[in-house]
Write a protein of this length. Structure first.
Length: 142
């Protein structure tokens, strides 16, 4: 298998993404919020308010699991439920200002950790990673 074979690239990219995420995720402990809650909160902050069903689908969990998670987020003042204007029986879950602030502070901490790691690399390698990041974002869209 060559270094440019799609299976080899996929394997290396998968491993690198997981390891990189784990390396910067250590900053999340300071938030005092569990990883599943931060993940759901991230969806709400970046994708906007959505139904419980849509949030569960995004997070790849059951509606029952998401219902419990949202109840916990509500209890901590990180999310709230509002009546869905398009569906009189439905609700939309949204991040509160407190939830948004916690998520943004955590993102800043993770980015600071990653920036410190990147700063140790030569300019050429940082440029290569910048190109790779753009390609990865394109790949994620398709």
């Amino acid at each position: 298998m060559s270094r440019t074979d799609s299976l080899h690239v996929a394997d290396r990219l998968h491993s690198a993404a997981i390891r990189l995420l784990r390396a910067v995720r250590v900053a999340d402990a300071e938030a005092g919020v569990t990883a599943p809650k931060l993940s759901a909160l991230s969806v709400l902050v970046f994708a906007g308010p959505m139904s419980l069903t849509a949030l569960a689908r995004n997070e790849q969990v059951t509606a029952a699991t998401m219902s419990k998670l949202v109840a916990d987020l509500e209890g901590e003042g990180l999310a709230s439920k509002r009546a869905d204007p398009a569906d009189k029986r439905g609700v939309r879950v949204e991040a509160t200002a407190k939830g948004r602030a916690i998520l943004e502070a955590g993102r800043k901490r993770r980015l600071a950790l990653l920036q410190a790691k990147l700063a140790k690399l030569p300019r050429e390698q940082r440029a290569l990673l910048a190109e790779a990041a753009e390609l990865m974002l394109e790949l994620a869209k398709s």
